[in-house]
Write a protein that binds this ligand. Structure first.
Ligand code: KG4
Ligand code: ZN
Length: 354
């Protein structure tokens, strides 16, 4: 990473194949794979960037949240590198870094970046993180000042996609494969009237468990006595599976957009009540991130929502929606700029700070 936005190289060691046969991530296998891959990945990132270790000015590491075994491997490697090179160590919160992904520029990607990054119109922003482990809304006043407005009370959005995919018999990783199935030509997104969770009036929290159960019943029928189901996904033909995937995706995305609408309304009302005085400027930017922002339908609905509401949308390139180190380095740069650096006592923490 050069400066806070220019990505010189980005290497992702995917573990999907390793976990596919178990239908989900096995923590111990994940930590072991981290041990095996961390050094080759660091070496390749340095080589691809065309720099030398001695050129580095800081090492940023995602130290929270996540599976503790994998985090410990990353944190130990980052500490060793920073200590041996005598450079700064920066501990970055992964959830916060997802919101930074839309600020990254990567000349090697075919997707053009929609706008030149300009801090002056960036904040305050409305932020949405939708990943496999988190689903939250934020008011973002700077890269390091976030206020959480709401979060899921049960499943994360990505988790709901993964579980819905499993119910449909779609192979792991479920989210992207369900997205693909939903895009089958002729798929009817209104074939099933799946519930769009609203929760209490004005609530900015999310819930996806009702939608997941609706999907389960649509595929398997209502459970009989003893919790046994009448059928499973093998009773469905391809057209029915595509309709189910598409209807599920429509409801899940609608739920996310609905909460964004509510949050924007709240922030605009707060700003008007205080006449847009310092600290309550109107929201001008929409920051989004996390694996589910790679979803085709969510991307187009976010784009339409931002246009409707006159917000500048920072939609990350697909490569930076899912977990990646570039977003960690980018936010790390911003933290370094304000002296938010760690020392060798930095620890791995399973939960997010935001
Ligand atoms: O941010 P991420 O890579 O890892 C976490 O921090 O959790 O997000 C992974 C999640 C998974 O649940 C995956 O199924 C979901 O993002 N995901 C998608 C798509 N691509 C990834 N969900 C729906 N549609 C997609 N295209
Ligand atoms: Zn993530």
């Amino acid at each position: 990473m050069l400066g806070g936005t220019r990505v010189l190289s980005s290497v992702v060691a995917s573990q999907n194949e390793l976990h596919a046969e178990y239908g989900g991530v096995v923590p111990e296998l994940a930590s072991r794979a981290h041990v095996e891959r961390i050094l080759p990945v660091v070496r390749r990132a340095i080589a691809d960037a065309g720099v030398k270790l001695a050129d580095l000015q800081a090492v940023a590491v995602g130290h929270r949240p996540g599976l503790i075994g994998s985090l410990v491997v990353g944190v130990s490697a980052a500490k060793s590198l920073a200590w041996s090179l005598g450079i700064s160590l920066i501990g970055v919160d992964h959830v916060r870094a997802h919101l930074y992904a839309g600020a990254l520029h990567d000349a090697s990607l075919s997707e053009p970046h929609p706008h030149a990054w300009d801090e002056t119109f960036a904040f305050p922003a409305l932020g949405l993180v939708v990943s496999g482990g988190h689903t939250s809304l934020y008011r973002v006043d700077s890269w390091t000042a976030l206020t959480r407005l709401g979060a899921t009370i049960d499943d994360a959005m990505g988790e709901a996609f993964d579980k819905a995919a499993a119910i449909l018999g779609i192979s792991f990783p479920g989210g992207p494969n369900l997205d693909r199935l939903a895009r089958t030509p002729g798929a009817n997104d209104r074939a099933h009237d799946f519930p769009v969770s609203r929760l209490a009036p004005g609530s900015l929290d999310f819930s996806f468990s009702g939608l997941k159960t609706a999907m389960l019943y649509a595929v398997r029928g209502v459970p009989l006595k003893g919790g046994v189901f009448e059928r499973d996904h093998t009773a469905l033909n391809e057209g029915q599976r595509a309709d189910l995937a598409s209807s599920f995706q429509r409801a899940a995305v609608r739920a996310a957009i609905l909460k964004l609408e509510r949050a924007l309304e709240l922030l605009r009302a707060q700003s008007e009540a205080t006449n847009g005085t310092r600290g309550s400027q109107p929201v001008r930017t929409l920051l989004v991130g996390g694996g589910v922002t790679a979803n085709s339908r969510l991307r187009s609905e976010l784009t339409a929502f931002a246009a409707r509401e006159n917000l500048r949308l920072r939609l990350p390139a697909i490569a930076y929606c899912v977990d990646n180190a570039a977003m960690i380095a980018g936010l790390g740069f911003q933290q370094l700029a304000i002296g938010d650096v760690a020392d060798l006592r930095l620890s791995a923490v399973p939960t997010t700070a935001c």
